[in-house]
Design a binder for this molecule. Structure first.
Ligand SMILES: NC(=O)c1ccc[n+]([C@@H]2O[C@H](COP(=O)([O-])OP(=O)(O)OC[C@H]3O[C@@H](n4cnc5c(N)ncnc54)[C@H](O)[C@@H]3O)[C@@H](O)[C@H]2O)c1
Length: 253
């Protein structure tokens, strides 16, 4: 259930908002009353913002690269100036996934995953925390079930998402007395372009992959993690910080 007063007109920044979970999160936070800065390096982010505005919400599109410090700082400054308030919500959704045998994965793919999935959330947090120290705030990072257990052919992604789990806890504890909450969600399979584009190694052992997926290969809709995120950034979750909430149809239970 959406509630247009739930987020009280706060400025929210959502990365990865051109697609999948990020787009669904931007739409959900707007439906819950936030003024949303939809950030992505892909131009499709304009479509996300336009759709929100067409539906009566408030949103702007920001083309930015979460791996680049200057780009993240400029994006946060634009979000605050154009939406007319301090950023009080940050949702780090942008991510990339490349499967390969660990001994064959290119250094470029490793660096890309660690940069986008792990350094990106830290750079974004670094850019919003000064505002949040003055006005309060909530951060949610999108980790993964791949950050909770080891997955074959996925070493770089697992390492980056495991890092997101501990980044989340470190930020939560450091700012616990300073008005900033930080949580993560750990989705299992969600039906998005990322999953449709998975390219497994040709000679992989499929028996190692079973534990990654829910029985019957059931997948979540992006609106489901978006709803969990909307709860975690809301005042209803005021007592929750430093947690990693699985949303994975039980694969980590
Ligand atoms: N889909 C799943 O099953 C699943 C499961 C667990 C976790 N996740 C995580 O959820 C998040 C969203 O994934 P999705 O499935 O919606 O994927 P997606 O590919 O649909 O969306 C990812 C978005 O991130 C953006 N992005 C990539 N690099 C960027 C950069 N440097 N700067 C700014 N934006 C950048 C892309 O342009 C894209 O719009 C990711 O962090 C992913 O790892 C997804």
């Amino acid at each position: 259930m959406t509630d247009t007063t739930r987020l009280g007109d706060r400025v929210a920044i959502v990365t990865g908002a051109a697609s999948g979970i990020g787009r669904a999160t931007a739409q959900r936070l707007a439906a819950d009353g936030a003024r949303v800065a939809c950030l992505d390096r892909a131009p499709g982010v304009a479509e996300t913002a336009a759709g929100i505005v067409a539906g009566g919400g408030t949103a702007i599109a920001l083309e930015a690269d979460v791996t680049d410090q200057a780009s993240t700082e400029a994006a946060v400054a634009r979000a605050e100036a154009e939406l007319g308030g301090p950023a009080q919500v940050l949702v780090n959704v942008a991510g990339v996934l490349r499967f390969a045998h660990a001994h064959e994965m290119s250094v470029a793919d490793w660096d890309l995953m660690v940069d986008v999935n792990l350094k990106g959330p830290w750079l974004m947090a670094r850019a919003v925390i000064p505002s949040m120290l003055e006005h309060g705030g909530a951060i949610v990072n999108v980790a993964s079930s791949a950050g909770m257990f080891g997955q074959a052919y996925n070493a770089g992604y697992c390492a980056s998402k495991g890092g997101v789990v501990l980044l989340t806890k470190a930020l939560a504890w450091e700012y616990v007395n300073r008005g900033i909450r930080c949580n993560a969600i750990a989705p299992g399979g969600v039906e998005t372009p990322m999953i449709e584009a998975i390219d497994f190694p040709a000679d992989m052992d499929w028996t190692l992959i079973g534990k990654n997926t829910a029985p019957g290969n059931r997948m979540l809709d992006p609106s489901q993690p978006a709803a969990l995120i909307a709860f975690l950034v809301s005042d209803e979750a005021d007592g929750i910080t430093g947690t990693v909430v699985p949303i994975d149809l039980g694969i980590t239970c």
